[in-house]
Design a protein around this ligand. Structure first.
Ligand code: SF4
Length: 447
């Protein structure tokens, strides 16, 4: 369907190099005069369109007016019929399968999604099966895909589909949009791909293709730019062919009209493309600079006691919501990791083990970095083995006085809990530490 449904892009705009390798300035009218409008696509009469005379090289490119729209549609659909990838959610176009695939493909590559999709459909073959599952099972199946709000929303939405729609995913945009986690793009994708209704579905790939076809100056990342592209996409859909047409646009963006290196020579709609006629398709869509991500330092502890590890569950909402983690705390500006560790330990449900006389020395495990959309986290991880003399807790019992949100977990029990990617990296560090002879282990923490 697409190589990457990517909505974030912090890349810098490259030099505008023409097909002949020369660097050219942007045309003065790049800011908007030469853009096609949705009206161009819905068939203005010749007398109407004559008022929009080309004023630049860009405008001299073949426009997608009514006369050529059918040719464009035919060329794209013919190409898609031969070039489309065989993907499991394209088998029968079950709206539920389309929905799951669309949720998984957000921010994630197709190749990564394929095994997750197969496991999901085997475990949850119906919407009812998702709705009946505990959230922890859903998160465990999603483990490693990231952006876990997608999984939680799928779960909540499945329960609403069962209670409000008798287990059948609705086709109407308004009903779809009312479900958790379904925005304009996903609703359009389900309606068009799952139900073959003439609704636009403009993701990153489609936005890029349309921006280039029409040499749009506005960024699809901005509301006005996106709204204009959605109008264009809607106007382009051929009657009765929404499913194939929308997927063809997505596939073209994934396989041919790539972000950095569009394959214009192989493009089936090259004759209709304004950006190609300009000679610098990479200029579109305009790139929006992103601010640098601040770095957040943290101290984390892998506390072990009687062969069990202390984990806590994150709040249901927000970052890694509902997943389990080793306890960690953000460091204050200039605070050393060992200082943060001391603060952290004072907050943990260690019970009798928290008395200084029962605490062993914390060993430095190492640092795990993890990039998020808006910041970068660095976990300075410590191992802490609580000394003998503390009664071992029962397997996978709640931590002392901590209720159900923290547990001492056996290693087999840990495998059943959903963890985020950085916690798996911390676990690998801890395993390497334990497997080393004591003399080769990292030193104890100090300020
Ligand atoms: S001609 Fe090039 S820029 Fe235009 S749609 Fe095709 S691949 Fe993209």
């Amino acid at each position: 369907m697409r190589a990457l449904r990517q909505t974030k892009n912090a890349d810098q705009e490259p030099h505008p190099v023409t097909r002949h390798g020369r660097v050219t300035p942007l045309p003065k009218t790049w800011g908007g005069e030469t853009e096609a409008s949705a009206e161009d696509l819905v068939g203005r009469s010749k007398s109407d369109s004559s008022s929009a005379k080309p004023r630049t090289r860009a405008a001299a490119a073949p426009p997608l007016r009514a006369a050529s729209r059918a040719g464009f549609q035919e060329a794209l659909l013919r190409w898609f019929a031969g070039a489309q990838r065989a993907l499991p959610w394209r088998e029968g176009y079950d709206p539920y399968a389309v929905w799951v695939s669309e949720m998984m493909l957000q921010q994630t590559q197709v190749d990564t999604v394929l095994p997750y999709f197969a496991r999901w459909m085997a475990r949850f073959p119906t919407i009812e099966a998702v709705a009946a599952a505990p959230e922890e099972d859903v998160l465990k199946l999603w483990e490693g895909l990231g952006y876990y709000a997608r999984a939680r929303n799928l779960h909540r939405a499945a329960r609403q589909v069962v209670s409000l729609h008798e287990g059948r995913l609705p086709a109407e945009i308004a009903a779809l949009r009312a479900l958790p986690g379904i925005g304009p793009y996903t609703a359009g994708a389900i309606a068009s791909i799952g139900h073959n209704l003439p609704e636009p579905a403009v993701d990153g790939n489609v936005g890029r293709v349309l921006s280039r076809l029409f040499a749009r100056a506005a960024s699809p990342r901005e509301p006005r730019g996106l709204a204009a592209l959605q109008a264009l996409a809607r106007a382009l859909i051929p009657a009765g062919r929404a499913r194939a047409f929308n997927q063809a646009l997505m596939e073209l963006g994934a396989l041919v009209c790539r972000d950095r290196a569009p394959g214009c020579l192989l493009c089936p709609v090259r004759a209709h493309c304004r950006a190609h006629a300009q000679g610098a398709p990479e200029r579109y869509p305009p790139r929006v600079a992103r601010p640098a991500r601040p770095r957040v330092e943290t101290a984390l502890v892998v506390a072990q006691r009687g062969g069990r590890l202390l984990l806590r569950r994150r709040p249901a909402r927000g970052l890694w919501g509902g997943l389990w983690e080793f306890p960690w705390v953000e460091l204050a500006a200039g605070e050393p990791p060992a200082g943060g560790l001391a603060r952290l330990l004072a907050t943990l449900p260690l019970g009798e083990a928290a008395r200084p006389s029962t605490l062993g020395a914390a060993a430095v495990l190492g640092t795990v970095a993890h990039g998020l959309t808006h910041r970068e986290l660095r976990f300075h991880a410590f191992a802490l083995e609580l000394r003998d003399g503390i009664p071992a807790p029962p397997a996978d019992a709640d931590a002392d006085g901590a209720g159900a949100e923290a547990r001492w977990v056996t290693r087999p029990g840990l495998a059943a809990l959903p963890l985020g990617r950085p916690m798996h990296k911390v676990l690998a560090l801890a395993d390497r530490h334990v497997s080393r002879p004591p003399g080769l282990r990292a030193g104890a923490a100090s300020d």
